[in-house]
Design a binder for this molecule. Sequence first.
Ligand SMILES: NC(=O)c1ccc[n+]([C@@H]2O[C@H](COP(=O)([O-])OP(=O)(O)OC[C@H]3O[C@@H](n4cnc5c(N)ncnc54)[C@H](OP(=O)(O)O)[C@@H]3O)[C@@H](O)[C@H]2O)c1
Length: 165
Amino acid sequence: MEKSLIVAVAGGNAIGRKNQLLWHISEDLKYFKEVTSGSPVIMGFMTFQSIGRPLPGRTNIVISIFPWPDAPKGIVIVESLEEAYKAAEATGAERCFVIGGAYTYAEAMEKSDTLYITHIYADAPDADVFFPEISPAVWQPVWESPLQHDTENNLDFRFVRYARK
Ligand SMILES: NC(=O)c1ccc[n+]([C@@H]2O[C@H](COP(=O)([O-])OP(=O)(O)OC[C@H]3O[C@@H](n4cnc5c(N)ncnc54)[C@H](OP(=O)(O)O)[C@@H]3O)[C@@H](O)[C@H]2O)c1
């Protein structure tokens, strides 16, 4: 199974603030849905809380080591990233996506084959969670979209897919 990771990264590798995304960029959310639909998605407990519901059309795998008696229906709860990958593999899907957050990305980075990065060309000085460095010694861009502009937030962004060298 191909192990992928998908994230929107702003200047300084910022990815979130107060357990929320930095901006809601509608084209990026649409891209996220297109790319991940039909594949299992793996997330940390905080990201699940932030989204607030299982994402439809995907097996939702949530990592948490604490007992969760009132867990919502429609999610698979596991205790580690390794277990999450096993649960994803058991679905028979060709690829799975780690969808955040910072804690989970940091662990998944070295295990991933492909990174789907939305580069947002804007700074977020009040960010409180960050993505690891995408080292050019390890990761090679294999596809990139033209530069796009989001009028609502007045910022530029681009989708880039990286493969491990
Ligand atoms: N820009 C983007 O594309 C993007 C995407 C997703 C999220 N985000 C942002 O990222 C932020 C959330 O990130 P975060 O780092 O705070 O949280 P997170 O990675 O979503 O969740 C961390 C929690 O997940 C559980 N967990 C994850 N891996 C584990 C492991 N290997 N073993 C045991 N437990 C594990 C632990 O929960 P327990 O303590 O319950 O065990 C841990 O406290 C939010 O601001 C969110 O909006 C941004």
